[in-house]
Design a protein around this ligand. Structure first.
Ligand SMILES: *[C@@H]1O[C@H](CO)[C@@H](O)[C@H](O)[C@H]1NC(C)=O
Ligand SMILES: *[C@@H]1O[C@H](CO)[C@@H](O)[C@H](O)[C@H]1NC(C)=O
Ligand SMILES: *[C@@H]1O[C@H](CO)[C@@H](O)[C@H](O)[C@H]1NC(C)=O
Ligand SMILES: *[C@@H]1O[C@H](CO)[C@@H](O)[C@H](O)[C@H]1NC(C)=O
Ligand SMILES: *[C@@H]1O[C@H](CO)[C@@H](O)[C@H](O)[C@H]1NC(C)=O
Ligand SMILES: *[C@@H]1O[C@H](CO)[C@@H](O)[C@H](O)[C@H]1NC(C)=O
Ligand SMILES: *[C@@H]1O[C@H](CO)[C@@H](O)[C@H](O)[C@H]1NC(C)=O
Ligand SMILES: *[C@@H]1O[C@H](CO)[C@@H](O)[C@H](O)[C@H]1NC(C)=O
Ligand SMILES: [Cu+2]
Length: 630
């Protein structure tokens, strides 16, 4: 009795302290256009907040509540905000995914995000609507941790963001990217690289100090190599998860990844040093003349001394993040109850444009945001087909262990991101290692780490593979997608619907979220399956679908030849033109038999304006999963 009373007292005191310490941070964000020129080459409209750009850094402490009142003052585009890396445990409806967990916020409309933050680390926030964030709507979000296990080593904190930068806006770039005149799917190449949304930034430091340097890559596309001349650092955090301090001198940071490193300054102040970011040009199909992939900042020990030229690196040999071990020592999850195999491939559809596929499915947004389908489908919520063929949904049992086997059958590098979780990264195949072969594990030639690294974005190598695991302990609708924004636009997205029946019991959608749906023109339905059918959840008639496949015989090369022949025709080679146009009209016919909703192709432009049916996001599935008991 006495014991339990004292237990009660102790826990009340703990609760009370937590309660007293937790703060609420309220931000009022008016999202609107401003003109900026961060690389000094071109003024352009960018998306700012309250007339500012770069947009505000958000700082909270673990346990705090964050309330963000968004007002969309863009006038001509819809928007949303996603809190990249935050688990939103119990608040799936605050994840910010248009047509996934909410409706897009139409011009003139408002929407409130409100959630507590229960995890420490380096994060960022960005729009999750139709390719929008590279136009500027992305900024850092830091969750401070009074119990940082490395606090004793740290004197001060610094943050730098990396990004790539385009001179043109995303809607016209997406239209060009997803078009018959770009049948190979060559991604637009950025014009420059930025550090902290500028170039030539000077960062004053004091000698003989240890800084906790947080680095966030907010790029649309480009990974960056990152290093500081004359210095090494110790990695202690990746994507919000503490890892045992590990020495590194050159990092490879993909779009959406974060690193927290300890940087100890020199004892002498007789020189300054270049801080370098260099975009990985392997990602670019073709390198435009005069492109400078590098951005330089300076670690300034003495501002009266010159800023040095960066030293040249002959060959990049970055630190391999797979070596990291999480500080909490969490062990490898065993016996996954579901193995989801995703084969990545790019291919053309009947409109001639190039799309991205997970196991033959390219994401197309549903008519009803999938979370609302999960909440209104009753017992059918556990049947993945109600979320629509092209949301590529898998329904997960609460607390089950899920394994993702990703085979990259594409010659490009891709950074994959899971919402709602950090996953254990168990295996990454080398470039050209081909598909994952489970035999290599059974016969012992591959041994899984006992305490795998955990992060929320992981790079897969060209024609290589990944194996990841996570526990489905966070009821919600969570996207898994490539974080290259071009590939989001071309459909490299699928989604996990985790414990939907638990969601039905625990989640209440605030009224203003439904009001946002009503404000879209035409209004977005908030009940029903992916086709907005409320009577028969298994009847998907009318669901949004991708373009039809290419007529047989067409290949990307064929389309190149065809486009070339049309161009040749325009310059006067009449016969070739006639031939080309003949094929073109066949393609066009194909386009018309296509579904009324040209969702995928229109996504970039239409979804950012004001049309609901043509959703923003990608996802959906013929959900035949390969469950393999291990
Ligand atoms: C919306 O307005 C901005 C600012 O005038 C303009 O730069 C941008 O191109 C417009 N976007 C679309 C999709 O029309
Ligand atoms: C980089 O920008 C952030 C705001 O986004 C700012 O808080 C930070 O101090 C800047 N870093 C440096 C080193 O100036
Ligand atoms: C560096 O700092 C440590 C304590 O943090 C101090 O003991 C030492 O004397 C300093 N060294 C120099 C060269 O300033
Ligand atoms: C700075 O000096 C301290 C002792 O004063 C030494 O422990 C430390 O290693 C020195 N730092 C560097 C970067 O040389
Ligand atoms: C960018 O940095 C790399 C690595 O040091 C170097 O090889 C290259 O010459 C630099 N490019 C330009 C345009 O400065
Ligand atoms: C184990 O299996 C892999 C994949 O099938 C194969 O490449 C490898 O040679 C095998 N190793 C042994 C030792 O049998
Ligand atoms: C979510 O919260 C539950 C209950 O507190 C916990 O068991 C689970 O591990 C959490 N999941 C994540 C991803 O944070
Ligand atoms: C799920 O829906 C599909 C499509 O209507 C149907 O064929 C299947 O039988 C359903 N599965 C269950 C378990 O009800
Ligand atoms: Cu990709």
């Amino acid at each position: 009795m006495a014991l339990s009373l004292s237990n009660f007292l102790v826990s009340s005191i703990i609760l009370l302290t937590a309660f007293v310490a937790a703060e609420t941070h309220t931000y009022d964000f008016s999202i609107g256009w401003v003109i900026r020129n961060p690389d000094g080459q071109k003024d352009r409209p960018v998306i700012g907040i309250n007339g500012e750009w770069p947009i505000p850094k958000i700082d909270v402490t673990i346990g705090d509540r964050l309330i963000v009142n968004v007002k969309n003052d863009l006038g001509n585009e819809s928007t949303s905000l996603h809190w990249h890396g935050l688990y939103q445990n119990g608040t799936n409806h605050m994840d910010g995914v248009a047509q996934g967990t909410q409706c897009q916020i139409a011009p003139g409309a408002s929407f409130t995000y409100s959630f507590t933050v229960d995890q420490p680390g380096t994060y960022w926030y960005h729009s999750h609507v139709g390719g929008q964030y590279p136009d500027g709507l992305r900024g850092p979000l830091i969750v401070h941790d009074p119990e940082n296990p490395y606090a004793d080593l740290i004197d001060e904190e610094l943050i730098v963001t990396l990004s790539d930068w385009y001179h043109e806006q995303m809607p016209p770039l997406i239209a060009k990217f997803l078009s018959v005149s770009n049948p190979t799917g060559a991604e637009p190449v950025p014009q420059s690289a930025l550090m902290n949304d500028t170039q030539g930034l000077q960062i004053p430091v004091e000698p003989n100090k240890t800084y906790f340097l947080r680095i966030v890559n907010m790029a649309a596309f480009a990974a960056q190599y990152f290093w500081i001349d004359g210095h090494t650092f110790r990695i202690i955090e990746v994507d919000g998860v503490y890892h045992e301090p590990t020495e590194a001198s050159l990092l490879y940071i993909t779009a959406a990844q974060r690193y927290g490193v300890l940087l100890t300054t020199k004892n002498e102040t007789d020189a300054n040093f270049a801080i370098m970011g260099s975009m990985d040009q392997d990602l670019f199909d073709q390198i435009p003349d005069g492109l400078n992939p590098n951005v330089t900042s300076y670690l300034v020990y003495d501002a009266s001394l010159p800023m040095p030229e960066p030293s040249e690196i002959e060959e990049f040999d970055p630190f391999d993040d797979m070596e990291l071990v999480p500080t909490d020592g969490e062990e490898l999850y065993t016996d996954p109850s579901l193995i989801v195999q995703l084969d990545v491939l790019m291919d053309n559809l009947g409109d001639g444009a190039n799309y991205a596929f997970f196991s033959g499915i390219t994401y197309v947004a549903p008519k009803v945001p999938s979370l609302y389908t999960a909440l209104t489908a009753g017992e059918f919520a556990t049947n993945a087909s109600v979320y629509g063929t092209n949301t590529h949904s898998f329904v997960l049992e609460h607390n089950s262990v899920v394994e993702i086997v990703l085979n990259n059958q594409d010659p490009g590098k891709h950074p994959f991101h899971l919402h709602g979780h950090a996953f254990q990264t168990i295996l990454r195949g080398e470039e050209e290692s081909g598909d994952f072969d489970p035999e290599s594990v059974t016969n012992g030639s591959v041994v899984y780490p006992t305490k795998p690294m955990r992060r929320d974005v992981i790079l897969v190598r060209p024609n290589g593979h990944l194996v990841m695991r996570f526990r489905a302990d966070n009821p919600g609708v969570w996207l898994f997608h490539c974080h290259i924004e071009w590939h989001v636009d071309s459909g490299l997205i699928m989604q996990f619907v985790e414990a939907p029946l638990v969601l039905q019991e625990t989640l209440t959608i605030p009224e203003d979220h439904f009001a946002a749906c009503a404000a879209v023109s035409p209004p977005v339905p908030t009940i029903g399956n992916a086709a907005a059918n409320t009577k028969d959840y298994l009847d998907l008639t009318g669901q949004n679908l991708p373009h039809a496949p290419l007529p047989s015989g067409f290949t990307a090369r064929g389309i190149v030849a065809l486009v070339f022949s049309i161009i040749a025709g325009l310059v006067g080679v009449a016969v070739i033109a006639w031939y080309g146009m003949g094929e073109m009209s066949q393609l066009e016919k194909e386009k018309q038999v296509d579904h009324v909703q040209h969702v995928a192709a229109d996504r970039g432009v239409v979804s950012r304006t004001n049309t609901a049916a043509e959703g923003d996001v990608a996802g959906g599935g013929d959900v035949i999963s390969e469950a393999r008991a291990k």
